[in-house]
Every structure is written in C-alpha cells, then in structure tokens.
Design a protein around this ligand. Structure first.
Ligand code: DP6
Length: 349
C-alpha cells in the first residue's frame, strides 16, 4: 500500500526583515520580523509526500530531479515531524499506522515550484513551508502552539512565516531550544486585500552570497547589526502592527522602505561588504521616491531581499497600473530581436 498527501504553500515577502541568527543550528533570529504571504497562484511550492512499507529509504525529488536529504536542515525537519507524528487510519484502504511506526517507515517526497525558472527568485521559504505542512498532514501532526511553524523554521528561517496567509509575524522568542520562536498570523488575507504586489525581476542570475552566508558574515562583522536588532526593530515592529491593523498604507510604505534600506545598509557595513542591489535596483528606488514625491503622499513601497529584484507594494490596482506605466516607460521591454540576442548571450540583462 501507499498513502499520500499533497499541499501547496506560497512564498512571503518581509516588510520588516529577518537578518542575523543567534543560533545557527536551530535557526533562531536576533529580531522579530513581519511579512506578507503572497497569493499561491504565482510563487508557490507544491509537495506530495508518500509513505509505503516498500520504500527502503527517505528520498526527495525537486522539480523532477533527485536531491540529497542528508543536509542538516532536511534531517532536522524530518526528525522533528516524526517525533510528533500521530496515529493514521485509512479505512477505505484498510491502512493503520500507529505513531511509533513512523520511525521505521520511509518517505518519498516530490516537490515542484511554480517560480518562473529564469526569475532567480528565492524559493526556500515556500519549499520548506510546503514540505513541513505536507508531512504534518500525512502524519497527523497536531499544530499546538505554532509547533509546525517552529519545524519549518529549522528548514529555512523565513519558511515559518509561509505557514499562514495574510500578514505574519515571526516572534524571535527567548527559549534556548527555540520552542517559542514561532510564526503567528497578524491579519488574514482578507483583511487588506486591495494591496497589489509587483515583483520587478532585475536579474535572473543566482545571487552571489546566499542569505545564510550573508547574515552570518553580518553577525560576525557589522557593528550596526546589533543596533538595528536591539534598538530599531522592536519599535518598528510595533508601528508596523499598528499600520497593518488600521490599514494605514502611508505608514506601511514608510516602514517597509526604511527597513529595506537599513537591511542593505547592514550589508554594506559587513566586511567584506555585500552588494545585493545593483544599479537597476537603485534606479527603481529613485523612480518610486519620485513617484511618491510627485503625488504628495506615499503611494508605493519598495523592498529588496538578498538580491537585486524589486518587490513593490501598491495600495490598489489603480496605483499599481500607474506604477507599471512608469516602470515600463523607464525600462522598456526588449524588442524581439533584442530578446534573441539576450538569449544567445551577446548581451547581459
Ligand atoms: C533577506 O530565510 O533565506 O529574505 O534562515 O538561513 O534559510 P535562512 O535564511 P532565509 O533568509 C531570508 C532573509 C531575507 C529577509 C526575510 O525574509 O526576512
């Protein structure tokens, strides 16, 4: 017999960034962070997990290619989920799995993401959130006190925030074992559903410094990082929660832009400095700042993660339309013949 479960999880975009760990193995952050979870139709992972007594070992395929599960992050997620597995019964198939059986049974996992392959957008948040959620579903793991988000966190920090829709806060927690470092939903996806998020793909190249390495280097070398985590972020998190509660776009935009800029300032303050944004990213910031100035109020927010792609947030479809017009005017899409030379490799994007 084979028993299966499938689930889908979207990625999330931080408006107050997570940058820096106090425990590398457990993935415990040095500050709280807040994000908005995207619509699953665009950037999401879909995972199917199967269990069968005929499987001889745990195996996983990512976008159709087998990958190794020997890494600590996968092993931690699998171990923690198995610990909490419950009894499972499928009467129709006549299957009964007792909770102690899960330790002996092996899993086959297939995961796909619908991220445009050329877009160079990170997928670890959606990937680990989806993996852990699907395992929990198959193995009848009860989500008590955000336990499941704490397991996804051990796959990739930002993954814990993709466990919920809408606006989500990852509380850094205090406990050494990480049990209180969990995600909580601040507002559901219907609370502020006028918001439009546009992702401007600036480069499809793989980033040079991964988030994991970058934040480790910042923790080791940036004198600004501690100031940010202890003095700036706590106040900003409270203000952001207030802005979300009252759907105050101008505050959301001001805090989001300021936090993205401070995160990139920390990257510059790291030794050697890390440059995630490029010239095009800077031009997009200027375009948004000019747009906001000309409209007399904050119409659009920008935020950049560990790469040059811009995430732009507009309060509604009308403003999003205006923003797209400006973007296309300043960055006209390539003509067909230009596109051909990009593809053939004569030009770089
Ligand atoms: C800049 O969650 O990818 O996107 O925990 O090492 O897997 P690991 O890092 P990851 O870092 C995300 C960093 C960020 C900011 C954020 O999403 O909060």
């Amino acid at each position: 017999w084979v028993l299966m479960a499938t689930a889908r999880a979207p990625t999330n975009i931080a408006v107050i960034k997570y940058w820096g760990k106090r425990d590398e193995a457990l993935i415990l952050p040095i500050n709280d962070s807040i994000s908005v979870t995207l619509d699953p139709d665009h950037l999401s992972a879909t995972t199917t997990v199967a269990v069968s007594p005929s499987f001889k070992q745990d195996r996983m395929w990512l976008n159709g290619k087998e990958i190794s599960l020997s890494g600590g992050r996968y092993q931690n997620c699998l171990r923690e989920i198995r610990k909490r597995a419950g009894d499972v019964e499928d009467e129709k198939k006549g299957i009964r799995i007792k909770k102690e059986d899960w330790e002996k049974l092996h899993l086959h996992i297939a995961s796909y993401n619908n991220f445009p392959t050329a877009a160079g957008l990170a997928s670890s948040a959606a990937g680990f959130a989806c993996l852990v959620f699907t395992l929990a579903k198959l193995m009848n793991v009860k989500d008590e006190h955000g336990d499941i988000s704490a397991i996804a966190r051990q796959g990739s920090g930002s993954a814990c925030r993709s466990m919920y829709g809408g606006f989500v806060k990852w509380m850094m927690g205090n406990d050494a074992d990480g049990s209180d470092s969990i995600a909580v939903q601040l507002a559901s996806h219907t609370h502020w559903d006028d918001l439009v998020i546009i992702i401007a793909v600036v480069s499809s190249k793989q980033k040079e410094t991964s988030s994991t390495t970058g934040m480790r280097e910042s923790v080791e070398t940036s004198p600004l990082l501690e100031y940010r985590a202890k003095t700036v972020v706590p106040g900003r998190v409270l203000q952001m929660e207030e802005a979300i509660n009252s759907r105050d776009f101008a505050s959301l935009a001001r805090l989001t832009c300021a936090d993205s800029n401070q995160f990139h300032a920390i990257c510059l303050d790291t030794s050697p400095p890390i440059f995630y944004m490029n010239d095009t990213s800077h031009r997009i910031i200027s375009l948004v700042e000019r747009l906001n100035l000309s409209e007399g109020s904050l119409q659009v927010a920008y935020t950049f993660d560990a790469g040059p792609n811009a995430v732009l947030i507009a309060p509604n479809r009308k403003v999003a339309g205006l923003l797209l017009q400006r973007l296309l005017f300043q960055f006209p899409p390539p003509t067909d013949s230009e596109l051909a030379s990009y593809i053939l490799g004569d030009k770089s994007i």
